[in-house]
Design a protein around this ligand. Structure first.
Ligand code: HEM
Length: 375
């Protein structure tokens, strides 16, 4: 029979029936202390400036987590330490991975639990050194097992990220070569179109259709450009930039009248003018589609903790809840004619400028905030 990961981990730390017995025997005393230990645990996490950041949900979340940690300790001592136990622990591990909790925080956290639980052992068996030793060994083993399960979930996550990166890189290469190959035929179509147009100057309908072909060739070229920009990572040609210029040039490119508020006095940024213009062309273009001909678009600037924030808002109906989480992934779109590269490209460019982009939902309409470090 194939050994499960749990069995393998148990064999590795040498966790067996004798340890199980020791843990069960400790639960009765432990129960009187789990609540206190849970308080100590979160007090210590909150006292650390880095670890505290993971607890963004504030007091109510900490209250809930204290409760779940009490349950966790009960299960730790009562078992059974079987497959469902392992799956439950993996689920907890995946929650930590999902909130991007750095894995090195697990060691310090486990150490707090180790000290406190060893305290329980010491107080229970202080008159019986042999029993004390056996119980300490059992606690040590189960906590190592827990750490191993936690790190196992981090490793699994890393492996799946690697697999995804590999898939994307193969996909990227494929897109790159298709993009290049399509450029030539499109170029030929464009020049032939030009020649044919000159020959049918008197035929209005033919001219109209040729214009439509020309328009579609333009769209196909733009898609290829976006695709190639997306995979190519052109080096940044940086200089000090005034954001008002960048935004005005983006609005001009789209022939848009946009209300720009509190932008003129923003500090300068260090960046690539044409790539940052692309960021705002894409955001403003999306906003125009969302707002429609009757709607409005505005861009508002602010400085938050030394970081420059530019919020692009529109009066459209906002981003559908079902795609919010995947909004910045390639090939996710709500536009009928789009292929979903605009926001992925925006994210890529902004991050290459050491900035961030976030969708911050409002009651009505969408709001995208680009944050960039000041020069
Ligand atoms: C090594 C010891 C740790 C144990 C035993 C532990 C245990 C748990 C448990 C039982 C849950 C509840 C999972 C659920 O809702 O099903 C949880 C969630 C969570 N833990 Fe930990 N934890 C540990 C370390 C940490 C550290 C060091 C931090 C922060 C610095 C942390 C932050 C969180 C947060 C924020 C959640 C909520 C995640 C969510 O619901 O999205 N944990 N943890």
């Amino acid at each position: 029979m194939v050994e499960t990961i749990l069995d393998e981990l148990k064999r590795y730390v040498g966790f067996g029936p004798a340890d199980e017995g020791e843990l069960r025997a400790l639960d009765a005393v432990g129960q009187t202390e789990y609540q206190r230990i849970s308080e100590v645990f979160y007090e210590r996490i909150l006292a650390h400036e880095g670890a505290r950041k993971a607890l963004e949900g504030g007091e109510s979340q900490v209250g809930h987590l204290k409760h779940t940690l009490v349950e966790w300790m009960g299960q730790l001592f009562r078992g059974p330490w079987d497959e469902p136990y392992f799956e439950m622990r993996e689920r907890i591990g995946r929650k930590h991975v999902a909130i991007a909790l750095p894995q090195h925080y697990m060691f310090g956290a486990m150490n707090i639990l180790r000290q406190e639980l060893n305290g329980v052992v010491d107080r229970t068996y202080w008159q019986d050194p042999e029993r004390l030793r056996a119980a300490r060994v059992a606690v040590g083993k189960i906590l190592d097992l827990e750490l191993a399960v936690m790190l196992h979930t981090y490793r699994e996550d890393l492996l799946s990220q690697q697999a995804r990166a590999e898939r994307l890189s193969t996909f990227g290469q494929l897109i790159g070569s298709i993009g290049h190959e399509l450029r030539n035929p499109l170029g030929v179509m464009e020049s032939s179109l030009y020649i044919v147009k000159g020959r049918v100057v008197d035929d209005e309908r033919a001219q109209k259709h040729l214009d439509r072909i020309g328009e579609q060739i333009g769209i196909a070229n733009a898609i290829i450009k976006d695709l190639l920009d997306m995979i190519r990572d052109r080096p940044l040609a940086t200089s000090r930039l005034c954001l008002l210029d960048v935004l005005q040039s983006a609005a001009n490119q789209l022939h848009l009248a946009v209300s720009l508020e509190a932008i003129a006095d923003l500090p300068e940024v260090e960046g690539d003018a044409s790539q940052l213009r692309q960021v705002f062309v894409n955001l403003l273009d999306n906003a125009t589609h969302a707002a429609g001909p009757e709607g409005w678009i505005r861009v508002e600037g602010a400085v938050e903790d030394g970081v420059i924030a530019l919020a692009v808002e529109d009066s459209g109906k906002g981003v559908d809840e079902s795609i919010r989480r995947r909004l910045f992934e390639p090939l996710v779109t709500t536009k009928q004619k789009g292929i979903g590269l605009g926001l992925a490209l925006v994210k890529r460019i902004v991050e290459r400028h050491r900035g961030t982009i976030a969708h911050e939902p409002r009651d009505h309409g969408a709001r995208f905030v680009v944050r960039l470090p000041r020069a």
